[in-house]
Design a protein around this ligand. Structure first.
Ligand code: MG
Length: 317
């Protein structure tokens, strides 16, 4: 008989839209008290989730379960990287990028069942300028402008997201980016430069359909300037996991890159807009976070090594 597993559950009562009144009780009841020692925490302010996660590291708990939207999940996950603590996710947001990439159900009860399966994997995370951590994507250009426009708005559903995208598209001006990575350098005008650790931004918008969160690499998606006529097809491809078929798309697979751009300004880090300078360094830290995921994780259908080589060759030569 092994000792009980200690679990901290961090709930953001403000995330999502439905009422969370019964959630703490429901979650507590789901864990078998003979197997788990469960402590429930309700966050009261921004940064509180991170404080509780720090305490969890000190208290050497087994699992920390983040219950909330991307903000809550990312805040807790960022604190747990490089520790032995395993993250569980009950996604309550609308983007839910990390949960979706890991095939964690976007349904509280099913996500809870995933946690009870106790199936643990290690995933990569990314670091921007050796300081800021991301799990899904970070990027410059159009997607960063959309993030800046969407943040602070109350309505955050898929419709708002698409509306913001279209509004931003009309205003956006492509910049020239120089992307320097160990494999070589690309200098080109681009509409979007996204470093993808996971395949999607969230909202099932797959900017790098082949990105694998466990391969120690990031997929840099460089979308060349688009005309308004390219928008319908590109948007469809984004949501159909087929944007790699777009002829305006270059995909680079590397573990580290320095990106130089013409002017300083906003970039996004996991969808959060952040003001940054002209030179940005992005690096992947392999297997830096342990996560509870469903056992029946479907294969991501990654590119075979030969195809990756061909793409790199196409890009540089
Ligand atoms: Mg990867």
């Amino acid at each position: 008989m092994s000792a009980k597993k200690k679990i901290y559950v961090i709930i953001n009562p403000k995330s999502g839209t439905s009422s969370k009144q019964n959630l703490p009780r429901k979650i507590a009841e789901t864990f078998d008290p003979h197997k788990f020692d469960v402590h429930i925490f309700i966050t009261g302010y921004a940064g509180h989730g991170s404080e509780i996660a720090k305490q969890a590291i000190e208290d050497k708990v087994d699992y920390v379960v983040a219950v909330g939207g991307d903000g809550t999940v990312n805040e807790v996950a960022r604190t747990l990287v490089d520790s032995d603590i395993v993250l569980g996710i009950i996604p309550l947001g609308s983007g839910n990028g990390l949960a979706r990439d890991l095939n964690i159900p976007v349904d509280a009860k099913k996500a809870m069942n995933t946690i009870l399966e106790e199936n643990i994997i290690s995933i990569d995370y990314g670091k921007v300028n050796n300081e800021r951590i991301f799990f899904c994507t970070c990027g410059m250009g159009f997607d960063a402008e959309v993030a800046a426009m969407s943040s602070g708005k109350k309505s955050r559903g898929s419709f708002m997201y698409i509306k913001n995208m279209l509004e931003t598209f009309i205003k956006q001006k492509p910049q020239t980016y120089e992307i320097i990575c160990p494999e070589g350098t690309i200098k080109d005008e681009a509409f979007v430069v996204t470093c993808a650790n996971a395949s999607q931004y969230g909202y099932n918008a797959h900017i790098a359909p082949h990105a694998d969160i466990q391969d120690g690499m990031m997929n840099i998606a460089i979308l060349k300037p688009l005309s308004i006529l390219d928008v319908p097809q590109t948007s469809l491809q984004l949501f159909a996991k087929k944007i790699d078929e777009n002829n305006k798309m270059i995909e680079l697979i590397t573990n580290e890159a320095t990106i130089k751009r013409e002017s300083a300004g906003v970039m996004h880090i996991d969808g959060d807009p952040v003001e940054m300078g002209t030179e940005i360094h992005v690096k992947i830290i392999p297997k830096g976070l342990k996560v509870l995921v469903p056992k029946d994780l479907p294969k991501k259908n990654p590119l075979d090594p030969q195809e990756i080589l061909m793409r790199v060759a196409d890009t540089f030569f």
